[in-house]
Design a protein. Structure first.
Length: 131
């Protein structure tokens, strides 16, 4: 239900459902990731960061969590950290298009157009990115 509300843009309703899901199953990283994404979308960066740090302390990694960490690092001008998390997400997600695009957008935004263009060349995309 939380996913439906999230897709409809009803973030406060989605947050309620994901909070309840987290209460019922605190170890489910997917519910926590959705909650962190909602916190970012609503401008509550400290709560999103808190969720990321909680999993970081447990040495739990997930590509979507790495993308959130990258976005948070970018918002606080920690560019080296942001790049590291974007690259980690690409590796962890087996080169998903979303991770590759976010890395390319980041590289372009910091003036590294050639690297961004290389990532975006269709012949450099691994076959696994299309599945």
């Amino acid at each position: 239900i939380g996913d439906c509300y999230l897709k409809l843009g009803r973030l406060e309703r989605a947050k309620l459902f994901f909070k309840k899901a987290v209460e019922l199953d605190q170890d489910n990283i997917n519910h926590q990731i959705k909650l962190a994404q909602i916190h970012i979308l609503t401008g509550n960066f400290s709560q999103a960061d808190k969720i990321c740090k909680m999993f970081g302390e447990k040495n739990i990694s997930h590509p979507d969590l790495d993308l959130i960490r990258a976005d948070l690092s970018l918002m606080t001008d920690q560019l080296d950290k942001a790049e590291d998390f974007y690259r980690k997400a690409v590796i962890g997600s087996k080169d998903s298009l979303r991770s590759l695009m976010k890395l390319a957008i980041f590289l372009k935004s910091v003036g590294r157009r050639e690297e961004a263009a290389e990532i975006l060349k269709i012949e450099t995309f691994p076959t696994s990115a299309f599945y």
